[in-house]
Design a protein around this ligand. Structure first.
Ligand code: 13P
Length: 237
């Protein structure tokens, strides 16, 4: 089943979210899974909808009382089924590191939540020809320490996020294969890989032609529910 995951980041106010929900396409496509990942305060607005629900964060502490944190148990009670971990914006602005990702993944798994683990190279790494080395490091330093079951990888080159630039179809295809191969080699399992970074209504169809790509993690373009509908229709083609 192909996945369209929509990461709202810290966008939209409550009235905007309510409008968004009203305008969401009533598309029940058996071959597609739509995962909506709004900011934490709005999760309950989405919990009765017939789509999968994800969260952008979970506490890295499982059994502590901590102000401002959210637990797996709370997320479960909101019908959340996916947790994003490792997004480059959290690596960059919140200084999150491997131990945080390991703890968050373990916390999610303890509550039967699936994980979307985000990885991706910086522009500098790409220009130095270090993409695969960086990706392998991001994979092994975290996934060696968790149970790999129910983890999806989102490949999001840092330089492609919000920039209007994407790698070529061939580059994405080769990188997706590289990720799947090293995970199979290391953990003896074949996992799903999504692509994220400047995906929009115009380019999703071409990139969707990539064999072995399991779907998309979309940011900006998802903030308009008409785009979500248009992208879902293109994924059906
Ligand atoms: P954009 O689609 O806005 O480039 O964001 C991608 C992203 O970061 C999704 O997690």
């Amino acid at each position: 089943m192909k996945i369209l995951a929509c990461n709202f980041k810290n966008k939209l106010t409550l009235p905007e979210i309510n409008n968004y929900i009203k305008e969401l396409p009533d598309l029940n496509i058996p071959s597609l899974e739509l995962i909506l990942i709004p900011s934490l305060p709005y999760l309950s607005e989405f919990m009765e909808l017939p789509y999968s629900l994800g969260t952008q964060d979970i506490s890295s502490f499982m059994d502590k009382t901590i102000t401002g944190e959210i637990t797996g148990e709370q997320l479960k009670s909101l019908n959340v089924s996916y947790v994003m971990v490792g997004h480059s914006e959290r690596r960059l602005y919140k200084n999150e590191i491997n131990i945080d990702f390991i703890n968050k993944i373990n916390h999610a798994k303890e509550n039967d939540l699936k994980v979307i683990y985000c990885i991706g190279e910086s522009l500098e790494a790409k220009e130095n020809g270090d993409t695969y080395m960086v990706l392998e490091k991001q994979i092994s330093e975290v996934l060696n320490n968790v149970n790999i079951k129910d983890i999806i990888i989102a490949y999001e080159p840092v330089w492609a996020i919000g920039s209007g630039k994407t790698p070529t179809k061939e580059e994405i295809s080769e990188t997706v294969e590289f990720i799947k191969d090293i995970i199979e080699e290391k953990y003896d399992t074949r996992i799903k890989v999504l692509y994220g970074g400047s995906i929009n209504v115009d380019n999703i169809e071409v990139i969707n032609k990539i064999k072995n790509l399991d779907g998309f993690l979309v940011g900006g373009a998802c903030l308009d529910s008409n785009n979500v509908k248009a992208m879902l229709l293109k994924l059906m083609l």
